[in-house]
Design a protein around this ligand. Structure first.
Ligand code: SF4
Length: 234
């Protein structure tokens, strides 16, 4: 069985394994392997606002990514927004500046937002992991699993109607799937019963493969249309 990247799903999986173990061995106590207990994400506390939350976690050392970090990249934008954009992790510029999407890919994201009449300050932007993976490699599943509770808490606090995953890593981590981006983009996905999510290409991928811009344009147009309909009905 593949390991889940979703901490809640991982917790259920661990509990199910422990219960099966109990039945098979005829034991009267649930045995949870020590290594699973050590990997369990700690519950995230409640906070008054995002600033208080950031101040509480910005020296996090829970996964190895903290070792190469210059700056912790919490997220930026409007805490009362109805739309949040999520990438995979900070790159070099983001690590230096402590803000997501500020390098070349960030400039392209600004253009994508402008094309659907959003200012960067109107939306919220964050990543799956808050510290830069070395040499811009993909975050490891264990790193994402450790960091994801922070993002889930941010989403809970912001409570956006729409989530837009930028790229495969963010989409697979949040939707807890191994499906490729090509199968995930171009449509909405339900998420936690009440959110609506759309998936599209990461701006960094568009810099390398500009032929995907047409599909990205279609995805964000679809997102804007749904956003406008939601605003008109609320
Ligand atoms: S990536 Fe996330 S879990 Fe890992 S050290 Fe940074 S903040 Fe902590």
């Amino acid at each position: 069985m593949t390991e889940s990247t979703n901490p809640v799903a991982a917790l259920f999986e661990m509990t199910r394994k422990a219960l099966r173990q109990k039945l098979e061995l005829g034991e009267t106590e649930i045995m949870i392997p020590r290594e699973n207990l050590e990997r369990m994400p700690e519950p995230v506390k409640d906070y008054e606002n995002l600033e208080e939350f950031e101040n509480d976690i910005n020296e996090c050392t829970k996964c190895p990514l903290h070792k190469g970090r210059t700056k912790f990249v919490f997220g930026v934008g409007n805490p009362d927004t109805d739309i949040i954009f999520i990438g995979e992790g900070p790159g070099r510029e983001e690590d230096l500046q402590g803000e997501p999407f500020v390098g070349r890919a960030g400039k392209l994201l600004d253009k994508i937002l402008a094309a659907i009449n959003f200012e960067r300050s109107e939306v919220y932007i964050a990543n799956i992991v808050k510290c830069r993976p070395p040499n811009n490699r993909d975050p490891e599943p264990s790193e994402m699993e450790t960091c994801l509770p922070y993002l889930l808490k941010q989403i809970e606090m912001i409570n956006p109607r729409f989530i837009c995953c930028l790229g495969r890593i963010a989409a697979q981590a949040l939707l807890d799937t191994k499906l490729p981006l090509g199968k995930l983009r171009g449509d909405f996905h339900d998420w936690n019963d009440r959110k609506v999510m759309v998936v599209t290409y990461h701006p960094a991928a568009l810099l390398r493969f500009p032929q995907y811009k047409r599909e990205t344009w279609a995805d964000v147009q679809m997102l804007r249309k749904a956003y406008d309909e939601f605003k008109a009905s609320s």
